[in-house]
Design a protein around this ligand. Structure first.
Ligand SMILES: [Zn+2]
Length: 266
């Protein structure tokens, strides 16, 4: 369902179902073969955690070169663990924004606008309506998941683009798995009264702690919105177990980089 691929120096994973659409390019990037060093080694796309700006800039160049994308095509957001969804209409250069927009999901039907999200444990979800050719990139950590951000994103696809759930493909990328994601009462209590969200928690032997399966919770939210089970693919790779491949906020004690997960209509 997912396979490794390489363009230039960039190693990434891709969803075979999204590839089969034929009208888009997408990638869940690994951390390999970038310019950053130490704990940010090496294909890091965030300066927020303390990496050097020129190294991150070099990583954007490496990506742009590998995928033949102009730097001006990237529409990047400032992720804040909320449920705000932004729809990109038309060309971006009409509205040069000095600050990245604060939101956690981006949708577009515009060609050559690269939308993406940065992650290091949170769940990256790429969406594509294969009939109406609408795409989305969603960032779902526990807060976003508790806020139903992926379901709300699908609702916006229905309202703005007349998408039908049965036409929507979803690819859930690398994220912290239920093997490694122990959470406390505060997180668990966010699920109260929501049976689907609650079922993603498993009580640990350790008192007052739960193991949370965020990819499963997001899959459940998409099924509830009417997406077909066969149209949702989940990579099932845990960022915390696989720090050889991915950045992991938890496994690396909060000081690490961010991998990029992106999608673009050709
Ligand atoms: Zn794990």
């Amino acid at each position: 369902m997912f396979k490794f691929a390489q363009k230039g120096m960039v190693r990434y994973l891709e969803s075979e179902a999204l590839n089969a659409c034929g009208f888009l390019t997408h990638a869940f990037l690994t951390r390999w073969n970038g310019a950053s060093e130490g704990t940010f080694s090496s294909l890091n796309f965030s300066v927020r955690e303390g990496d050097e700006e020129d190294r991150v800039a070099r990583n954007w160049e490496i990506l742009a070169g590998a995928f033949q994308i102009s730097p001006s095509q990237f529409f990047m957001i400032s992720q804040i663990h909320g449920d705000r969804i932004f729809v990109v209409d038309g060309l971006m250069d009409k509205d040069p924004s000095p600050l990245p927009l604060q939101c956690d999901a981006v949708l577009t039907a515009s060609k050559r606008v690269v939308i993406g999200i940065k992650t290091a444990d949170c769940v990256p979800i790429l969406l594509a309506d294969r009939v109406r050719q609408v795409i989305g990139a969603v960032h779902a950590g526990w807060r976003g998941t508790a806020l139903n951000i992926v379901a709300k994103s699908i609702r916006v696809m229905e309202e703005r683009f007349s998408s039908r759930p049965e036409d929507i493909l979803a690819a859930i990328g690398p994220a912290v798995g239920p093997c490694c994601y122990q959470v406390d009462e505060k997180v668990f209590s966010s699920s109260k009264g929501d049976g689907d969200w609650e079922s993603a928690f498993r009580l640990c032997a350790e008192n007052g702690r739960w193991m949370l399966d965020l990819p499963l919770a997001n899959r459940g939210q998409m099924l509830k919105m009417g997406l077909l089970p066969e149209n949702i693919s989940c990579m099932g790779m845990c960022t915390s177990c696989r720090t050889d491949l991915f950045f992991s906020h938890r496994a690396e004690k909060g000081v690490t980089g961010r991998q990029l997960n992106f999608i673009v209509l050709e």
